[in-house]
Design a protein. Sequence first.
Length: 151
Amino acid sequence: MKPSDDFFSGHRYAIFGVKARGRMQGDVLIAALAKAGKSAVAIQSDGTPVSGAEISRSLAEAGHVDGVVLLPPAPWDAFAADFTEYAVRQCKEQGMMRVWIYTAGDASKAVSIAEKEGLDPVSGRCPCLYIQDGGFPHNFHRWIAKALGQI
């Protein structure tokens, strides 16, 4: 699946890795979803609170979501691989094939894990670029990317 506005056409999104090591993208994604009138469910196996999001310990506990975003920890290592396998397994168990993987650097290893489980992941560009009404600075970055023919 290629990045598109369609991925964020729903209302409720689960996010794995909101507080992942080396990441700040989770908080940024939650804020962009909120600006667009959408809701976020942070999947936190330990139940740690996350500002601006509902908390669920698993994707099954979260209930219905319109898509899942995986933010694997950076840099990529055995921990990041285990994290990705754990999240992908939950997606497969819940029949959630709409998965967006966004990581620092090359996402190919995380994408490979998802594809091995039969998921059709989106990867590459920041998901915030595709959230209609996600606000500044995402709308400005999207405008630049479009002007440069990158989206």
